[in-house]
Design a protein around this ligand. Sequence first.
Ligand SMILES: NC(=O)C1=CN([C@@H]2O[C@H](COP(=O)(O)OP(=O)(O)OC[C@H]3O[C@@H](n4cnc5c(N)ncnc54)[C@H](O)[C@@H]3O)[C@@H](O)[C@H]2O)C=CC1
Ligand SMILES: O=C(O)C1=N[C@H](C(=O)O)C[C@H](O)C1
Length: 269
Amino acid sequence: MKEKKEIRVAVAGPRGRMGLETIHMIAQAPELKLVAAIDRSHDGARVADVTGAAGLDGLVYTDIDACFSKENVDVLIDFTNPDVGKHNLQKAIDYGVRPVIGTSGFTNDEVDRYRRQMDEKKLGGIIAPNFAIGAVLVMKFSQMAAKYFPDAEIIELHHDKKKDAPSGTAIKTAELMTKTREAKQQGASDEKETLPGARGADYDGMRIHSVRLPGLIAHQEVLFGGKGELLTLRHDSMDRASFMTGVHYAATTVMDLETLIYGLENILD
Ligand SMILES: NC(=O)C1=CN([C@@H]2O[C@H](COP(=O)(O)OP(=O)(O)OC[C@H]3O[C@@H](n4cnc5c(N)ncnc54)[C@H](O)[C@@H]3O)[C@@H](O)[C@H]2O)C=CC1
Ligand SMILES: O=C(O)C1=N[C@H](C(=O)O)C[C@H](O)C1
């Protein structure tokens, strides 16, 4: 049997909430090897010293070009912020490194633009708004339900350090729902907001509400209303470990892809 090659990984954002969880996941995964981290500071330091994850060999780079020029990297895992994530994804494509992007903030047009470049190079990659399997299932179930319940509202709830609203997961959920949901402007046709924003954000006539509170991690509810009935789909990430099965799966799966996948649901069996 052919032995599987160790996958050489660089992590961008290693001291952030998700980056750090990813570093610890890699330290426990025999098929993944951390070769470098890309950070805003600590150039030249050992990743182990910066993150406290003992036994890791890689160095920290503040310059992604230097990292990709000096290190032999198979996969870039990015958990930074929308601007940096896009910059890093473009660099990964330029250097032929397979991107696994968890950072939120990509539009469909941007994804298409990156995909065209990657198709030309036959380079595999994944952008996933949410790596938690349960969250992905709620997205899929919501897509199914929207066919029968076109009246739906999404409530996403997150920790109060989250910078973007609505969440990437909520946007992706709404986008999947529009594939099956008849177009419709919800609520009373003559409704008025006496306090601006009270009805939330409008996505194709559906409303998205963003809650930010300390104590929360990442949660989403999708409410579907019909005549005399209410269907509620809910997912709760109570620990960032919930994302790691998906991140690990993505980091190994990109090695066999030749295009850019948008959404973990597209590569799950
Ligand atoms: N796809 C998924 O399943 C998930 C996605 N996310 C997304 O991941 C992103 C990060 O989330 P968190 O870890 O909670 O944020 P965070 O704020 O804890 O971490 C971001 C890290 O990026 C670092 N950073 C900023 N500029 C940088 C640069 N130029 N180079 C390298 N590092 C840089 C910051 O110093 C920080 O440590 C967000 O967009 C969030 O929405 C979060 C959780 C799950
Ligand atoms: O910032 C977060 O925490 C999360 N961000 C992602 C998003 O915007 O959907 C995924 C998850 O909800 C956690």
